[in-house]
Design a protein. Structure first.
Length: 256
């Protein structure tokens, strides 16, 4: 019997999410994961910010005046992620002789639970906008039948390490890195720590809003080592993820 599996990678800016996702979607890690599910197809999804897209236009306004453009930018991201979730749902529910493994850079709840939550807590998003955003978000979860990942991987990095990476990229000409502050990275870090500290509670809050796999799990990977500078650490992270996927797949087959 075919099985599908959804891996979501979450973590602060500059923590290595995209580097890890790209590595997992290529051999040898791609074949290694696929073999756990009988040669399943592997599909990777990252945030789509194409030049000239709605997201791109909103981000340009956001960087010009962050506070004034928080709400429309986050709604644009919600729309983009919803379209992406439709693709993922199709792959996970389609009739096929092969299973599929989804690897997602930033799962659906990542934005609202972390980035929007920080904006609300800091007062950057006005209460009325926050209430409207939550209404739209909860409606989307229900109407779109959003399914949370089977396994969420949290790349945990101390803010001081992230700030060093940000500063290095900014010095190399990364205009996006230039807009980020150390305080912003610390605020995002605290939000991630809060939801990861009691993941079971986070999942319970979504049981009436979304589809939550009964065995959904989270693993925390220390990411103080920069995967761009030390590719060998990708091997360590990939091995840890593979082993957790293997355990969950074996348990599901046993209980089927």
């Amino acid at each position: 019997m075919k099985q599908n599996f959804h891996i979501g990678i979450m973590g602060n800016l500059f923590s290595g999410k995209t580097t890890l996702m790209q590595a997992l979607s290529r051999d040898p890690y791609r074949s290694d994961l696929a073999s756990l599910l009988g040669g399943a197809e592997l599909r990777a999804f990252s945030e789509r910010v194409d030049k000239g897209s709605l997201i791109d236009e909103c981000l340009a306004l956001f960087y010009h005046d962050r506070v004034a453009n928080i709400f429309p930018t986050e709604v644009a991201f919600l729309h983009m992620r919803t379209l992406q979730q439709r693709e993922i749902r199709h792959l996970m529910t389609r009739e096929s002789s092969r299973g599929v493994i989804i690897i997602e850079d930033r799962p659906f709840i990542d934005g609202p639970e972390v980035f929007v939550a920080r904006m609300i807590d800091s007062g950057e998003m006005p209460p009325a906008h926050a209430k409207l955003y939550r209404t739209l978000y909860h409606q989307t979860l229900r109407v779109e039948h959003i399914r949370l990942p089977d396994l969420t991987v949290y790349l945990r990095t101390e803010p001081e390490d992230l700030e060093r990476r940000r500063a290095r990229r900014a010095a190399e000409g990364d205009s996006y890195a230039e807009t980020i502050t150390a305080d912003y990275l610390r605020g995002i870090h605290h939000c991630y720590e809060a939801i990861a500290a009691d993941w079971s509670l986070t999942l319970r809050r979504y049981q009436e809003l979304a589809i939550v796999p009964p065995d959904a799990d989270l693993i925390t990977l220390p990411a103080e080592i920069d995967m761009l500078e030390h590719p060998d650490y990708v091997h360590v992270a990939a091995g840890t993820i593979r082993e957790q996927v293997r355990r969950m797949v074996v348990a599901r087959r046993r209980d089927a």
